[in-house]
Design a protein around this ligand. Structure first.
Ligand SMILES: Nc1ncnc2c1ncn2[C@@H]1O[C@H](COP(=O)(O)OP(=O)(O)OP(=O)(O)O)[C@@H](O)[C@H]1O
Ligand SMILES: [Mg+2]
Length: 502
């Protein structure tokens, strides 16, 4: 239900909910054709009278800096707070004039604080001190930030935010996905926030092209999709940018891989093996690619190519490239494939491609086969065998009419190692296989697992039990690792000498 309907306001269009310039024509096009107009400033939503604590005078600067713990509070109160915050916001905006766009400064905040106090008093809402602070924060979030999303963006324990509908917002914390108590007032409210995210980036979303990729100022990856494709209303998915990227040591301590696996992978990277990280959505592919890329010795010139820059390489000699969507007139598209081709003219020692999801696969395979050893990428697949099939399919999308056996040969000679990453049923992420691509046999690519995860079921509290272990097979490319100075002991691979106990 729209805010307007819930509050019983009149249906005439009036001032926008928040003091931002009106949403773009494109969003308006969607709005006017499919949604109720935004509500006029309604009568103040009634807040249940509560014993007044510190009241509004208790608002302090701390309200602007601390995260408001809304999750876990009662849903109805939450909605009333949201409605009240939007009402106060309307009043503040009306008092400064709808043409004035406020920017955040000490002066504007002082002014907002004063008016906030006045309008909350007018609303006759008896708020306790915590509620006052919370309401003030909500007003600021709506005014200068991304509205209800802000509290989740501030909360470092939240790694993913999924807005399924205006009143259904899921979050991921510690690998577990749960329904949060965060809500938007209406579909229009969600649209307004989408618009606020994409407008500074010059991106578009409308009925003709109702989906968009974008990034928040902090680097978080955003996808938004709206009707008619999103049936239940505008939807937003945010992969939060982790301020501190996980390191190899973190993955070892989380049990995502063993020390031996990390040691082996480092040897592979330094020895310029071509590596493909395979995994499902959100399984930790990019995180692992980042870890692997950081194993690249400092002396090498690295070229990273991504759709939305996520990799954080602590390296000096890096050139970061990002693909570019088409402009409004449909021109100006720059694909991963274009960038892979271009990167070959940039004298890279190593090419790291965020994810291969189109014909760029063939260009990358060819690069790997023609002297750009030590290149890496990720592919969306559930097993190493699937990763090979997926690479085949993607290479066929290149438009070059190559027979499948030729493509397979390209894969078999280009890719040395597939690292399979998985998000397990308890939410934990693990490297569940490190597999060598050994070559071709009877027209098929031959694979040999070097490390695997032995899944042993669940503990009573739902945690996955199991062990990561070597298979006992040394990779065929061991001599190359040795040429690069890696004399890995047989025990790393679980190999035993005659008479030695495992
Ligand atoms: N080994 C791990 N242990 C715990 N958390 C992890 C691990 N690897 C990744 N994560 C977290 O999981 C989330 C998803 O990771 P990441 O972006 O690397 O996945 P992805 O497979 O690249 O996702 P997508 O398919 O959307 O590109 C991030 O929040 C990341 O910090
Ligand atoms: Mg990724």
């Amino acid at each position: 239900m729209s805010l307007l309907k819930r509050l019983g306001g009149s249906p005439e269009p009036a001032a926008p909910v928040a003091p931002v310039p009106p949403a773009t024509e494109r969003v308006n096009e969607y709005r006017s054709s499919s949604l109720t107009p935004l509500a006029p400033p309604p009568p103040p939503p009634s807040m249940e009278a509560r014993p007044s604590g510190g009241g509004l005078s208790a608002l302090t600067a701390s309200a602007t800096s601390s995260a408001t713990p809304l999750m876990g509070t009662d849903g109805e109160t939450q909605m009333k707070m949201l409605e009240l915050s939007l009402w106060v916001l309307d009043k503040i905006q009306a008092s400064v004039g709808t043409q004035t766009q406020l920017t955040r400064s000490e002066e504007s905040e002082r002014m907002i604080q004063e008016r906030f106090s006045t309008f909350v008093r007018q609303s006759n809402s008896n708020l306790d001190q915590d509620q006052s602070k919370q309401l003030y924060q909500m007003v600021l979030d709506e005014m200068f930030g991304f509205g209800p999303l802000e509290q989740l963006i501030r909360d470092d324990s939240v790694t993913e935010i999924m807005v399924n509908a205006s009143d259904v917002v899921y979050v991921e914390q510690k690998g577990n996905i749960t329904l949060s108590h965060v809500k938007f007032a209406s579909d229009d409210h969600v649209l307004k926030i989408i618009d606020r995210i994409i407008r500074p980036l010059g991106r578009r979303i409308d009925r003709k092209w109702p989906m968009v990729d974008a990034r928040l100022p902090d680097g978080s990856r955003v996808n938004a999709i709206i009707p008619p494709c999103a049936i239940d209303g505008p939807s937003i998915s945010i992969r939060k940018f982790s301020k501190k990227k996980l390191q190899a040591s973190d993955l070892i301590s989380y049990g995502s891989m063993t020390k031996e696996m990390a040691e082996f992978l480092r040897a592979c990277v330094v020895s310029a093996m071509n590596i493909v990280v395979s995994g499902g959505t959100g399984s930790g592919k990019t995180t692992l690619l980042n870890v692997l890329s950081n194993f690249i010795p400092d002396k090498y010139r690295i070229c990273t190519i991504e759709d939305s820059a996520e990799l954080q390489l602590g390296k000096e000699h890096v050139i970061r490239l990002e693909s570019k969507p088409a402009d409004i007139d449909g021109s100006g598209l720059v694909t991963i494939r274009d960038l892979v081709k271009n990167s070959l003219r940039m004298r890279p020692d190593r090419i790291v491609v965020g994810e291969i999801r189109d014909g760029a696969a063939l260009d990358l395979l060819q690069a790997m086969n023609t002297g750009h050893d030590g290149s890496m990428s990720t592919v969306h697949a559930n097993t190493p065998r699937d990763a090979i099939r997926r690479l085949e399919t993607l290479a066929m999308m290149s438009g070059l009419d190559l027979p499948v056996t030729v493509i397979r040969e390209q894969i078999a000679s280009a890719v040395h190692v597939i690292v399979q990453q998985a998000r397990l049923r308890d939410g934990s992420r693990k490297v569940v296989a490190i597999t060598e691509v050994q070559g071709m046999e009877s027209g098929q690519v031959t694979l040999q697992d070097i490390f695997t995860f032995d899944d042993q079921g669940d503990t009573p509290d739902g945690k996955v039990m199991g062990v990561l272990k070597p298979t006992g097979t040394r990779p065929k490319f061991t001599p190359i690792l040795e040429q690069h100075g890696f004399k890995l002991p047989p025990s790393i691979f679980g190999a035993t000498f005659p008479g030695q106990r495992r």
